[in-house]
Write a protein that binds this ligand. Structure first.
Ligand code: KG4
Ligand code: ZN
Length: 382
C-alpha cells in the first residue's frame, strides 16, 4: 500500500511517500520513497512559532514539497490532467496562496499511484494544521484518493518503534514517553491504537523549557540542540556545576511533570548574572539538562515498574537529546527491558511518521470523510 504523508502541525512543512505491507507485527515492512521537510526559519527572529506566520509558510511550501516527494518517489509525471478545478478552489477557499500554486501543478501532472493520503489533524497549532488538512482534502478530491486522519503523537510513537524498515519486536504493555515542544506525557500502550495516559506536564512541556532556557542564554530558536551542545561541553570538562536547580515533583507520587519552576530558576540565575561567560553558560546548560533528564527518567522508570512495562518507547523532538537518551537507556537496562527510539533525525517532526501511523489506521479501515475532518489542537490518543 502506497501512502502519502502530510505534516503541518507546527513550523515544519513535511511530505513523505512510503510503500508499506503487513500488519502491526513481525510481518510489517516499509520502504521510504521520499521523506522531505522544510523548517520555517522565519520564526527564529521571534524566538518562538507564530501560528499565522506558520500558516503562510505552509501554503508556500506544500506544493513544492509534494512535487519533490513525488519526484524522489519516481511518481512525478508531466501530463496535462483534467481536475475539478471549482471543487479544489472551494476546498482551498481559505488558502488562496496554496490554491494558486496547487492548481497549476495538478493540471500539469498525472495522478500518482497513491492508495491513501495520511494527514496530521492534531494535536498542534490549529491554523497550521488546517493548511495541511485542506491541502490533503484538495488532493483527495482531485485524485479521488481516500484520506486517513492521523494523530501527530501516534506518529512519534510509531516511528520510534521502527528499525530498518520493520517493527522492532515489542512486548506489551509498553510505556511511551513523549517529549516535544508541546507535550510531555507518559502513555501506556497495549497495542497500536490502545492507549492510556499515565501522566503529563502540568505546565510547560520539556521542549518548551529547553527553548525558553536557550532564549535566556541568547541562543537561537529552537534551543534544544544548542543547550545540548553547551551541556556536552561542560560534561567533557568534568567540572561540577556552580548552580543547583530544582527537580520538581520528583517524589510527588504520581507521574505528572512540572517544568515551569525549573525554567524560572534558570531565569533567576541569568537575571542575577547578566554577563555570563561561555563557561558559566555551559555549566548552567548542563545543570538544566541534568535536571530535565533526571525528572523524565526517574518518573518513567517508576511508571514502568508500577505498570509492568515490557518495553520503553521514547519519541518527540526532545528524544533527539543524547544525554536524555543515555539516561533513559540506563533506566531501561536496570529494568531489563528494551528502549525503543528512532534515528535522531526522525525524532523531530516529519511526515514519514505520519505516513506510518496513517498506514496502520488505514489497515483498521479508519478512513476519514473530508467533510468531517477538522484540525483539533488538543487531540488526544485516548
Ligand atoms: O516533536 P518536535 O519536532 O515538535 C513538536 O511536536 O513540538 O519537537 C520540537 C522540540 C523543540 O522544543 C526543540 O527544542 C526540541 O524538540 N529538541 C531538542 C533537541 N532537538 C530538538 N531538545 C533537546 N535536545 C535536543 N537535541
Ligand atoms: Zn512533534
Amino acid at each position: 500500500m502506497k501512502i502519502l504523508g502530510i505534516e503541518t502541525s507546527c513550523d515544519d512543512t513535511a511530505v513523505a511517500l512510503i510503500d508499506a505491507n503487513g500488519s502491526f507485527d513481525a510481518s510489517f515492512r516499509y520502504t521510504t520513497h521520499a521523506n522531505v521537510r522544510v523548517s520555517q526559519t522565519v520564526h527564529a527572529q521571534y524566538g518562538g512559532v507564530y501560528p499565522n506566520l506558520a500558516r503562510g509558510e505552509h501554503q508556500k511550501n506544500l506544493t513544492p514539497m509534494l512535487e519533490l516527494a513525488l519526484s524522489q518517489g519516481n511518481d512525478l509525471k508531466k501530463q496535462e490532467t483534467q481536475i475539478d478545478e471549482a471543487g479544489v478552489r472551494s476546498l482551498l477557499a481559505r488558502e488562496p496562496e496554496l490554491c494558486e500554486l496547487l492548481i497549476p501543478f495538478l493540471k500539469t501532472h498525472a495522478k500518482p499511484a497513491v492508495d491513501a493520503i495520511a494527514v496530521t489533524v492534531g494535536p498542534g497549532l490549529e491554523p497550521a494544521l488546517w493548511v495541511g488538512i485542506n491541502f490533503a482534502k484538495a488532493l483527495s478530491h482531485a485524485w479521488n484518493i481516500p484520506l486517513v486522519p492521523t494523530n501527530h503523537m501516534e506518529g512519534h510513537i510509531v516511528i520510534s518503534m521502527m528499525q530498518n524498515g520493520a517493527l522492532q519486536e515489542t512486548k506489551f504493555p509498553a510505556l511511551a514517553l513523549l517529549i516535544s515542544g508541546g507535550h510531555t506525557e507518559l502513555i501506556l500502550m497495549n497495542t497500536f491504537g490502545e492507549y492510556r495516559y499515565i501522566g503529563r506536564t502540568r505546565d510547560d512541556a520539556v521542549g518548551e523549557a529547553f527553548d525558553k532556557v536557550a532564549r535566556m542564554l541568547n541562543l537561537p530558536y529552537p534551543g534544544g540542540p544548542h543547550i545540548s551542545r553547551l551541556a556536552e561541553e561542560a560534561r567533557e570538562k568534568g567540572e561540577k556545576s556552580a548552580h543547583a536547580l530544582p527537580r520538581a515533583m520528583l517524589h510527588s507520587g504520581d507521574y505528572d511533570f512540572s517544568f515551569a519552576g525549573l525554567k524560572t530558576a534558570v531565569l533567576r540565575i541569568t537575571e542575577a548574572n547578566p554577563a555570563m561567560n561561555d563557561m558559566e553558560k555551559q555549566s548552567l546548560a548542563r545543570e538544566f539538562e541534568d535536571a530535565a533528564a533526571e525528572i523524565l527518567s526517574t518518573k518513567t522508570k517508576n511508571a514502568a515498574d508500577e505498570f509492568g512495562a515490557q518495553a520503553l518507547i521514547v519519541g518527540g523532538g526532545v528524544s533527539a537529546n543524547t544525554h536524555i537518551r543515555n539516561v533513559l537507556q540506563k533506566k531501561a537496562e536496570a529494568l531489563g527491558i528494551p528502549l525503543l527510539v528512532c534515528a535522531k533525525e526522525d525524532s523531530t517532526d516529519n511526515a514519514l511518521m505520519i505516513a506510518l501511523a496513517g498506514y496502520f489506521r488505514a489497515l483498521r479501515n479508519e478512513y476519514g470523510k473530508a467533510e468531517d475532518m477538522r484540525a483539533t489542537g488538543q487531540l488526544k490518543l485516548a
